[in-house]
Design a protein around this ligand. Structure first.
Ligand code: CA
Length: 222
């Protein structure tokens, strides 16, 4: 599950990002409204968490523009003010839910789960390649019915490969979508993590699913 967080207060942003990453969500962060809008238009997110008071376009404007462009991703708005007019205005501009800062992180996560469930209500949450299954909602991964434990980075990497099953995923794509965007795609870290995931997914099975494509990247396929 890929989430965009638009929040200009760095401390709050990093707190939320860390908390969501611990829950195995893959998070992109924007620190102003214009960047947030740009990312929301070019990437397929499962949820956007949008602060109201932002430099550049404010949260209401970002929300309205996304809805005008028929981008129907769920939006959870955050505001520092507990003002009913703000709440109504936020919902009127197309937000799905609203949370006043400061909030209890447990409540925040519960609302995130509700919105993601709603978003996925009509879609299957399970990705499958051969006998390997990954549930994007519960983060459960199984091969041949056997449970596989992954770290958050390994999970994010495998989910990304499975979303693109059958297609070659380049190191640049991985570095942009699984790690932070400024991650150096030429470092050895991607190889290391591919090998971790491969060990957990393919070891002991005659049919290997994760393949290296020389000079190009990696692919998961039957
Ligand atoms: Ca703010």
């Amino acid at each position: 599950m890929r989430i965009l967080l638009v929040e200009d207060e760095k401390k709050i942003a990093s707190f939320i990002e860390r908390g969501l990453t611990e829950q195995l969500y893959s998070v992109d962060v924007a620190y102003d409204g214009d960047r947030g809008l740009y990312l929301a238009v070019i990437n397929p997110y499962d949820l956007i968490i949008l602060d109201v008071m932002l430099p550049g376009k404010d949260g209401f404007a970002v929300c309205q523009e996304l809805r005008q462009q028929n981008i129907d991703v769920p939006i959870l708005m955050l505001t520092a003010r507990d003002d009913v007019r703000d709440k109504i205005y936020g919902l009127d501009s197309g937000a799905d839910d609203y949370l006043t800062k400061p909030f209890a992180f447990e409540e925040f996560l519960a609302r995130v789960r509700v919105l993601l469930r709603r978003q996925r209500a009509n879609k299957s949450t399970t990705l499958q390649v051969a006998d390997l299954k990954l549930d994007q909602l519960t983060h459960e991964v199984t091969r041949a019915g056997k449970n596989i434990e992954l770290t958050s980075t390994e999970y994010a990497l495998l989910e990304y490969l499975m979303i693109h099953a059958g297609q070659v995923v380049t190191r640049t794509m991985i570095s942009e979508h699984v790690w932070d965007q400024d991650f150096d795609s030429f470092s050895n870290v991607i190889n290391v993590y591919i090998n971790y995931v491969r060990k957990k997914i393919d070891a002991g099975f005659s049919q290997k699913l994760i393949h290296s494509v020389r000079g190009r990247g990696y692919v998961i396929r039957e």
